[in-house]
Design a protein around this ligand. Structure first.
Ligand SMILES: [Zn+2]
Ligand SMILES: [Zn+2]
Length: 300
């Protein structure tokens, strides 16, 4: 499975019960955290996320609304005597910031802790089941978005049918790879007789903070779910570009041109209480748009 739980959908200043950016990505193996705005660990508690399952944290950029929650979360991991390794990926300068905070607060990290400085676009993490990579966005300071792509999975064996054809266990690996097999008595078993295809691999892209930037389209082409910031309604397009942010219609335009299946918008300006108008505007350009809601898990 691949799911995205929104912990924060607001921009720089918390308002109207909304929090700064943080998202939990659920995979079949573990949890990932994309950005860690202030209050993230409280939101993790509010939505009963199993924090011990978070193995990888990715920070898009060093505006506070995307990482001010990190030192708190790491401190709690230390106090809770976490044992499993934790990997943090972010701008190189973040490492020094965290180290200084650990040092000044005399925080001892009892678990294996690995900081990975993001210095270029491309692959960040590869596991047997998924790949995470990053791409640059156009923002006031260096900023990167992230994409998680599931790997293609092997075919599934239909146990009843395999048993009825007396297929020995040692031929299963070949069947899972999609090959036909020959039994000892010479009978050829066609692959499709005893297997079915696994669900197609899914993908999710998070564009962090960005200006309207058509060069992103190539990076996020065809993803199943896209989260694109829409800090302002489209009437404030000038303000959005002056502040290196996007509007509802700009986010939707990127989604439409990239051929994504679904768009989530967020990073809403604190000036606006009701986000339904944001959703309506985005839908005018791209019908499969939704305003992200905190605490909601979107299955990819
Ligand atoms: Zn931001
Ligand atoms: Zn920013």
């Amino acid at each position: 499975m691949l799911g995205v739980t929104i912990l924060g959908n607001n921009s720089a200043i918390p308002a109207h019960g909304r929090h700064p950016t943080a998202q939990i990505i659920s995979t079949q193996d573990d949890l990932l955290l994309f950005d860690c705005g202030e209050g993230t660990q409280i939101q993790i508690l509010n939505y009963k996320i199993r924090r011990s399952r978070i193995n990888h944290i990715f920070i898009s950029h060093l505006h506070g609304d995307h990482y001010f929650g990190l030192i708190g979360l790491l401190s709690s991991f230390a106090l809770l005597n976490r044992v499993q390794p934790l990997h943090v990926y972010g701008p190189a300068a973040l490492q020094g910031l965290l180290d200084q905070q650990f040092q000044l607060s005399e925080i001892h990290i009892p678990f294996p802790y690995h900081f990975h400085a993001i210095e270029k676009d491309g692959l960040l993490l590869e596991t047997p089941n998924y790949i995470v990579s990053c791409f640059s966005t156009k923002h006031r300071i260096e900023c990167r978005g992230f994409i998680i792509r599931q790997k293609k999975r092997n075919r599934k064996i239909l146990k009843n049918r395999a048993d009825s054809r007396d297929i020995p266990f040692n031929l299963y690996a070949l069947l899972q790879e999609g090959k036909d097999v020959t039994l000892e008595n010479g009978t050829v078993i066609k692959n499709e007789e005893v297997t079915i295809a696994s669900p197609p691999p899914k993908s999710y892209a998070f564009t962090a903070d960005t200006l309207f930037d058509p060069s992103l389209i190539e990076q996020i082409q065809g993803v199943d779910l896209l989260y694109h910031e829409a800090t302002y309604p489209h009437a404030l397009a000038d303000k959005a570009s002056a502040r290196f942010h996007s509007t509802t219609k700009e986010a939707a335009e990127i989604a439409k041109r990239a051929g994504v299946k679904k768009l989530l918008i967020g990073h809403f300006s604190a000036k606006f209480d009701d986000t339904s108008a944001f959703e309506e505007e985005a839908k005018e350009v791209f019908p499969y748009s939704e305003a992200a809601i905190e605490g909601t898990t979107y299955l990819v």
